[in-house]
Design a protein around this ligand. Structure first.
Ligand code: ADP
Ligand code: MG
Length: 699
């Protein structure tokens, strides 16, 4: 391996490469344009494109693509080569400013939720110069936003950028109120910890459920499971180590700060955490990380499973979305400060997040809703579908003291007067013990733990940025008004923080989120418990949410409606595909296996009876199998007829609800029968590798 500093970002057309490859005036003009968020002028675009192409060709690139994130959840690209006729019968490598700035992929089959009529199916992609171009597979990838010709966002990047802007605008207003005139930019920072499973390709290839649905639809529990918990932080197996090393190296080349790699709770489960960066880059980088994980796994004869719940009864995979606010002067606005005024500012930002999360529980839940994640949320290993916030005891005590206008006892016996008191330093470790909370304050950032392992982090961050922006806007309005009417700023601030804490108290919960008592308590507090995707999506198009997103210029009403429809359609398609796969596995593999085994037993009973030898044991086994066999056929028929009735639903929402109500219960029932059969049928007849074989397939 080359030395790390040379290797890092060697495939990224970042600042270092730009300086080297572009004439100084071009470099400066580009930097200026990006800093001001202006459009590139055509001459500049040509110069940038040319430099980019020369740099890419030197590194072996032959093609370029506009790399974007459509609403399918993965990334999309359409490759064009640089090749162009040179006018003398030969070929030359060419890349114009026009091709850099704008592309028109014929992406009519990508979902738009009705935003694009088919006659104007083409959308266009536009370069996002805040995310650098990079080379992957000999292709220069240009990170782009994807829109329809009428300007509707058809991707995840566009609203993410809009939400970052909304948040920045409002955060700057607050900073100005605290007399800060030096900060020019406030960016949301994100570090996305990624969990995944690695299994051997040979077992994967024999599981149609993994191939078609990315999760096992059947599978009896393995005799040895994670109860023994010797995997977590255990030694990493050599084959996995080789995979991780290659993954790190490839990610480093792409400028992804892959930092920690370790085993997770379940057998075959691992985690990768990068160093945090801006929300926009973190989202791009997480998409690249997932793509690289799959590609590199396959080079090592492995398969990387990113599904939220690949195995029943075994921990699922999530993605912890660590989120904070950072200024261009390097200050984290969620870090308690050293002076009373810094603390007042910290408490105001903290209160804003508390209020935002309390008032927009529905949106946070919606931002992580899909069929796969429904299996995980509330399954005793992941936070429940109920949103609450963990602040740790010490910080909660401080907030209580503020709320009740009493002395804060513990430390300095001082009155908790905002803007007058230096907060005690919170030991970061002490605040991070609660692993059951969906939304935890971990000392200087919030960790949103409901995100699913295969999901893009764009949606949760769009929601976080927007709801916090909207709350900060209300705060700034109040505080600015108090300055104008020459009220006492300190007094207004005190009241604002105190009232916000009082009104949003119910969202704070420091206890065990997995317990049944919490579900009851949350019900008493009036917190939402949106268990399934359709339950959650019902809230997406509410008047309140449409107004919020329009006010912050993040989504238009039609963009919300289209997104809602796509999520619901995906939910239905996922459940239907799973049901079809189950039926096919039962009919084509499981039933024949059962009959073969039954036949062997029946022949044995026959032969033993002819020899007048008792065959009670065989008869007992056969009878049990026959009973399970009847249930198997009955439940499969039942699922099949329920499935055939889904087709004629009026709306995407109706169809999703029907799938939830008519399919999930039947699928669970069928699974129960099949898993009981797996435990009773001779293993030589069972058509699929067992959980034990899959989970311990990598040595
Ligand atoms: P753990 O959660 O395992 O205790 P850390 O808290 O150190 O580990 O970091 C977890 C993730 O949070 C990493 O991806 C890290 O880069 C990210 N992170 C750390 N500080 C911040 C911050 N201020 N804003 C956003 N993400 C952060
Ligand atoms: Mg963490």
């Amino acid at each position: 391996m080359k030395n790390l500093p040379d290797l890092f970002a060697s495939m990224v057309f970042g600042d270092r490469a730009m300086k080297e490859k572009m004439p100084q005036d071009v470099y400066k003009a580009l930097k200026r344009t990006v800093a001001r968020g202006e459009a590139l002028d055509p001459d500049l675009a040509n110069a940038v494109a040319n430099a980019m192409k020369d740099w890419a060709v030197e590194r072996g690139a032959t093609h370029f693509t506009h790399w974007f994130q459509p609403l399918t959840g993965v990334t999309a690209e359409k490759h064009d080569s640089f090749i162009s006729p040179d006018g003398e019968g030969g070929a030359m490598m060419k890349f114009s400013g026009k091709a850099l700035i704008k592309g028109e992929p014929d992406a009519s089959s990508l979902p738009s939720g009705g935003l694009r009529a088919t006659f104007e199916a083409r959308g266009y992609t536009a370069w996002d110069p805040t995310s650098y171009a990079f080379i992957k597979n000999n292709t220069l990838c240009i990170p782009t936003a994807f829109c329809s010709f009428s300007g509707d966002a058809l991707d995840k990047k566009t609203p993410l950028l809009r939400s970052m802007e909304a948040l920045e605008t409002q955060a700057l207003r607050i900073l100005r109120l605290f007399g800060n005139t030096t900060v020019r930019r406030v960016l949301s920072s994100v570090g996305a910890e990624q969990e995944y499973f690695l299994i051997d390709k040979s077992v994967y290839d024999r599981r149609p459920d993994l191939i078609f649905c990315n999760r096992t639809l059947f599978g009896a529990r393995s005799p040895k499971s994670q109860e023994m918990e010797n995997h977590y932080f255990g030694t990493i197996k050599p084959r996995v180590q080789e995979f991780m090393s290659e993954l790190d190296e490839e990610l480093w080349k792409l400028g992804v700060f892959a930092k920690t790699e370790h085993n997770e709770t379940a057998p075959a489960q691992h985690e990768l955490a990068p160093v945090f960066t801006t929300a926009n880059l973190a989202t791009d980088h997480n998409q690249l990380t997932m793509e690289m994980m799959k590609r590199i796994a396959s080079k090592h004869g492995l398969v990387c499973l990113l599904h939220e719940k690949p195995f029943e009864g075994v921990n699922g995979s999530g993605k912890h979305n660590n989120w904070s606010l950072t200024t261009d002067t390097g200050i984290n606005l969620l870090e308690p400060g050293d002076t009373p005024s810094q603390n007042a500012q910290f408490l105001l930002f903290l209160s804003a997040v508390i209020k935002a999360v309390n008032e927009h529980q529905d949106l946070l839940r919606i931002s992580v809703a899909d069929a796969a994640n429904d299996h995980r949320l509330g399954a005793d290993e992941a936070p429940p579908a109920i949103i609450s916030m963990f602040l740790g005891e010490e910080l909660t005590d401080i907030l209580d003291a503020i709320e009740q206008e009493r002395l804060y006892e513990e430390r300095e016996r001082s009155s908790m007067e905002i803007g007058a008191t230096v907060l005690p330093k919170f030991p970061r470790d002490a605040t991070d013990r609660n692993r059951t909370s969906p939304f935890a304050f971990t000392g200087n950032k919030f960790e949103f733990r409901m995100v699913g392992s295969s999901q893009s982090v764009a949606s949760p961050n769009i929601v976080l940025n927007t709801i916090v922006a909207d709350t900060l806007m209300q705060f700034a309005d109040t505080l600015e008004a108090s300055l104008e009417t020459s009220c006492n700023f300190g007094e207004t601030l005190n009241c604002l923080i105190r009232d916000t804490l009082r009104e949003n108290r119910r969202i704070i919960f420091n206890g065990n989120n997995y317990s049944d008592e919490w579900k009851e308590e949350a019900g008493r507090r009036g917190l939402l418990n949106l268990k399934t995707t359709p339950d959650a999506l019902e809230y997406f198009t509410s008047e309140k949410n449409i107004r919020l997103f329009s006010r912050q210029h993040v989504f238009t009403e039609s963009e919300i409606r289209s997104r809602c429809e796509i999520i619901l359609d995906n939910y239905r398609m996922t459940l239907e595909t799973e049901a079809h796969t189950m039926i096919s596995m039962v009919r084509r593999d499981i039933t024949p296996a059962l009959f073969t085994y039954e036949n062997e037993l029946a022949e044995l009973i026959d032969r033993k009876t002819r020899l007048t030898v008792p065959a009670d044991a065989e008869r007992k086994v056969l009878e049990r199998l026959a009973l399970l066999g009847s249930a198997l056929i009955e439940r499969t028929d039942d699922l099949e007829s329920a499935l055939s009735e889904i087709a004629d639903c009026r709306s995407a929402f109706d169809a999703a609800c029907r799938c939830r109500d008519e399919l999930t219960g039947r699928m669970n029932a069928l699974r129960e029968t099949v898993d009981a059969l797996e435990a009773s049928v001779a293993s030589k007849y069972w058509p699929y590798p067992s959980y034990g074989e899959i989970l311990y397939s990598v040595n």
